[in-house]
Design a protein around this ligand. Sequence first.
Ligand SMILES: Cc1ncc(C[n+]2csc(CCOP(=O)(O)OP(=O)(O)O)c2C)c(N)n1
Ligand SMILES: [Mg+2]
Length: 635
Amino acid sequence: MKTATVMSSRSWEAPVDFEQLSALAARVRGHIVDMCAGPEGGHLGGSMSIVEILVALYFHIMRIDPRLPENPDRDVLILSKGHSAIALYAVLAERGFFPVNELSTYGRPGSRLMGHPCRDIPGVEMPTGSLGHGLALGAGFALAAHLRASRRRTFVIVGDGELQEGSIWEAALGAANLGLHELTAIVDLNGLQQAGETEAVCSLKPLAEKWTSFGWSVEVVDGHDLAALLPVLAAPHSDPPRPRVVIANTIKGRDIPLVAGQVESHYVTLSPREHARMRDALHARVETGAAPETPGSRTRRAPRINGAVTVSTREAYRDALVGHMKANERLVCLDTDTGLFRNVDFGKAAGRFRNIGIAEHNVMGVAAGLAASGWIPFVNTMAAFAATRALEAVKIDIAYNALPVRIAATHGGLSAGHFGPTHHALEDLAVMRALPNMTVVVPADAAQTRALVEQTLTLPGPVYLRLGRKATCQLSDAVAPPVLGRLQWLREGEDVVIVATGLYPVLAALRAAEIVATRGVSVAVLNAHTLKPFDSDTLHAASVPATLVMTVEEHWPTGGLGAAVAESLSETLPRRILRATMPDTFIGVVGNHEYLLQSCGIHGDALAKRITDALEAGSAAPLRCSPNGKPGSHT
Ligand SMILES: Cc1ncc(C[n+]2csc(CCOP(=O)(O)OP(=O)(O)O)c2C)c(N)n1
Ligand SMILES: [Mg+2]
């Protein structure tokens, strides 16, 4: 096998062309700004802070060859702070892993460049985005090199806010104990996380001493100074051999006027004007391939949804909670650096809001302790992290003890859109339904969120509230308020019953009902805003005259709404059930929420086709209208 000899000839011993590296860094910054002007925007601040680190690694330090990405002796980089993916994409493209003009596809339907890195992208070693994973992954790559006596070096870039995750410190302890001296962690010490200053949220001080006490050798460096960075990163290992951490002082949003050093740089979607201003400011006169589309020129391949887009369920939750906290002194709000409550005025309830930091498992334990002491904690996190990373604490500390913790889980289902699979929550309903004492609620819109948050306030046990990300149209303008624990009738019908959960599945169900109604099939539509406890009474009443029941949800096939309906009907009223879910495969597609649902068949036309196909297949004669408007073969 060709190995080191065909690897990059670059090495620390080679002369450094600082001018070339600086020009590369400027080009990379230009690409980052361009990507933030795309339809979905991007994590600008944390990408700008690691530009020089990535340029130094990929263009001078790491032994890599884009033509041999699988070479077992290659050096490895894990971007543990995966939200800075656009910086990595820009550097990988410049380094030749894929064409530079592919960067203009970032975040768009059909692209492979999603909001967080995934393995389909040449040069990306491991998918990241859920913070706190990368150091353990890096330890694995380093251990692999140990086992085959390879010269491989492994680098892991972690955020300073990310250091609040307990898994980082388990990995740090473990790597030192394994003697992984070829492992280098680089802390992007930009002093900011999503919701504020890292020191204010959860102090890291004394940071160097912490790493030293975990058995690491520590170097502190200016993370934007290539002349300082290169020798530190190049040093093969410390003496005595230990894993090394490079604490790089950086500036979030570096070089970007108005937002440099500001928390506002965290995530931005640039208007064409802002984009032009930032490009000018960067003085980056570099060709980057296709120009980013302006918002007006986008084609949306989404289901047609009527109604003005107004407010998201997560904002409705936030506003409702703040109101309740002012009125009820037992309510506490625990945040995990979601940024949702940034600049919110809690008034006299201000002392009962705490940002615990990026520490989802920890926050569930804190919430359980508070609840056991008589408080009613609301925990804000993303659905993906609540249902998996924090699960053991949710199960053992909260659910088993039936404590009144409310888990407000944003970015439910596919609503994280182009952020990609690390941020999608498609198992959460199954997981939360499986836990004893848990109430599981999925409001379809803002008004339902307000109503259901209020109705859950007095529940003695825990509640899982699945929320979305972006503003949507509102269903409630046309329907009665929801009643916790009850299925909500949205449309009457007799031949088929569709039960849907979440706004887009509900809208798709209503559309499908309209379509098949034109063929004389009468369809009832029920909104399942409460999945547990499940309202078998209403389901059964609706299903008695029907021959077919369909469920529609943003979830894997197992354990969600389809399962709840099947469990309920199979006990006393067996019916044929069609489940519209995500396919039981990894969804590597890039696109916004609506596009992803469309590609998984959650839209009116696809559902209508499944219904008519099923009815035709189940009947002796093809589907035909009878005089009373019902299919003749289904009497
Ligand atoms: C487990 C997990 N929790 C929360 C988030 C949401 N999130 C994305 S970036 C971010 C802030 C990260 O701060 P830091 O590590 O300092 O990186 P920087 O923003 O400075 O690049 C948060 C909370 C996440 N991606 N993963
Ligand atoms: Mg930071």
